[in-house]
Design a protein. Sequence first.
Length: 263
Amino acid sequence: MISEIIEFLESNFFYLHPGYTPLNTVAFGIILGIVVLIILRMFRWLKKDPGELLVPLLPFIFLGSGARALVDNGVYPLTHLLVTPGIYILVGLTTIATLLASVKLEEVFGWDYRKLIFVTGSVLALPNLVSIHHINPIPFFAVLAVFTAFAAIFYALSLRWEFLGERMNIPVIYAHLFDASSTYVAVDWYGYLEQHVVPSALTGLTGTALVMFPLKMVVILAALYAIDRYVDSDVDSEGLKLVIFILGLAPGLRNFLSLSMAV
């Protein structure tokens, strides 16, 4: 019985092969929802503004995404700690521990907790940086060019559309445009396969990963609108936006680095 349970978990959740299934997608979604509730409660307890962490958390996002990209390209070993969900658990717990320690050090010594988080993440992510030995400029700049084109559209819209000017909305949109750009270039230009269930189905239906742009924008704009309209607490509002930002940038950066190193 125990061996069957372990085999089930290995096959559906703690797997070493790429791709998602409806089962683990739902399960990971439920777990993510629980984790988000815990994170929001943590920010209330800390009395810190989640919006202040957009930049300080960037090295931690690179830590996780860079490690996954290096696994994809055979630089790091294929182990449970470096693939889904292990890498998210490892980096997530490390980030939370760093946040709590940094806030405590700020209380005791007066050091800026945001700088402590950024420096700690940068040190931890340094092995990723030095392990990247080759970057192909064609996919690298292709993703950046596609992203820049779509980002410019939304930047222009933000000058006239007050909703986009709300705090953190544009960074969240940019993060998901970057994810969509990396997916589009990887799938349409280089023959990669979309791993997530719904995007994979829509890409197969339309024959192009360009569908990621309207799909993401409909979902993200609706989520941001709901947060701005119905979430009264600034801490909860910005905490939710921070999570959505990470959910866009992390896979986008992983795809971007994997593609740039592999081709």
